[in-house]
Design a protein around this ligand. Structure first.
Ligand code: TRP
Length: 331
């Protein structure tokens, strides 16, 4: 085989992907596909842990997300794309991990109580939701993954994964690999309204938004509220319009010029936003093209996911053979 270390990461298909996913995950995943033996997957079971009551759009989102992965530059010829539920061995390892995992370890994971408080209109008192980080542990352990590229928020999940793997290995011998997080740089992008960026707030620019939608969304972006006229000096720091310029406008000179004039009250919001929309649209253009090409080939995405899941399943089945033997479940 390749001799490269194995890498696994996944995304829940809960909606369309936006600029936060692009800079926070996908643009980090792209170079890793060549450096590692990389497996990227649709975490559809993880989506169910909170979206169990509304599953009708799940598969549609999965395909749409994978089109965006390809749009962002991931290449299913250079890495493996798969679907979690098409590799049911994840569930078998998850079940065995449950035997050795104390419930308080899961209750202590910070995202657990946070999410329950945040999504308070939903009943998240299920075993499935409590077990979220343990299923994630199975996702990576089943591929002997050495590294898992994730954002800061996922570090406690990886910590739990390492603890569970150690405990499992204590009982059954050195059978699973302890995964390490690969902390990806995630520039903090606020939402268009300066709240936390979230699909549920409707304050995102999506990778699938056409040019005119991007222009309209940028025109409506939150900016310095004290600046009711163009000749009033404005604040650049913490201003979402300039945070986005810093993240998406490669023309540094233009950005510095806009900041200087903004602070001096010598530029209108219209110009600042027009240039921002142009920069974002330029960044999205190649993504749109690759995305459209992938969606234009009938059956292509399905084929990519089915073939990738078949490949992933070969590896997962080997691990499960080893795990069953270690647990002495051999008949
Ligand atoms: N919990 C991850 C997230 O919300 C998604 C995920 C599920 C994942 N399983 C994984 C990420 C395994 C990395 C590895 O972003």
């Amino acid at each position: 085989m390749s001799g490269k270390q194995r890498l696994v990461s996944g995304m829940r298909p809960t909606g369309r992907l936006h600029l936060g996913h692009l800079v926070g995950a996908l643009e980090n995943w792209v170079p890793l596909q060549d450096k590692y033996d990389a497996y990227y997957f649709v975490a559809d079971w993880h989506a169910l842990t909170s979206e169990y009551a509304a599953t009708e759009k799940l598969v549609e989102h999965a395909y749409d997300n994978v089109a965006d992965w390809i749009g962002a530059g991931l290449d299913p010829e250079r890495c493996t794309f798969f679907v979690q539920s098409l590799v049911p061995e994840h569930a078998e390892l998850y079940l065995l991990l449950q035997m050795v995992t104390p419930i308080p370890w899961l209750e202590r994971v910070p995202t657990y109580k946070e999410q329950i408080a945040q999504l308070n209109e939903r009943d998240l008192s299920s075993i499935g939701f409590l077990g979220y980080p343990l299923l994630q542990t199975a996702d990576v352990a089943i591929y002997d993954a050495a590294v898992v590229p994730v954002g800061e928020d996922q570090v406690p999940h990886l910590e739990l994964s390492r603890e569970v793997v150690r405990r499992f290995n204590n009982f059954y011998g050195d059978v699973l690999v302890e995964p390490q997080p690969l902390l990806t740089p995630t520039p903090r992008l606020p939402g268009l309204d300066n709240r936390k960026m979230s699909k549920s707030y409707g304050n995102t620019i999506d990778l699938s938004d056409p040019v005119d939608v991007v222009e309209k969304k940028v025109r409506q972006m939150y900016t310095d509220p004290k600046r009711v006229r163009a000749d009033i000096p404005g604040t650049v720091e913490g201003n979402p319009v300039f945070i986005y310029h810093d993240a998406f406008n490669p023309n540094r000179e233009e950005v510095e010029d806009l900041k200087t004039r903004y602070r001096a009250g010598k530029v209108g919001d219209v110009e600042v936003k027009r240039k921002l929309a142009a920069a974002i649209n330029a960044r999205l253009e190649p993504i749109r093209e690759r995305r459209a090409a992938a969606l234009a080939k009938p059956g292509y995405l399905r084929e990519v996911l089915v073939e990738g899941s078949r490949r992933a399943r070969v590896v997962a089945a080997e691990t499960m053979e080893r795990v069953r033997a270690a647990v002495r479940l051999r008949y």
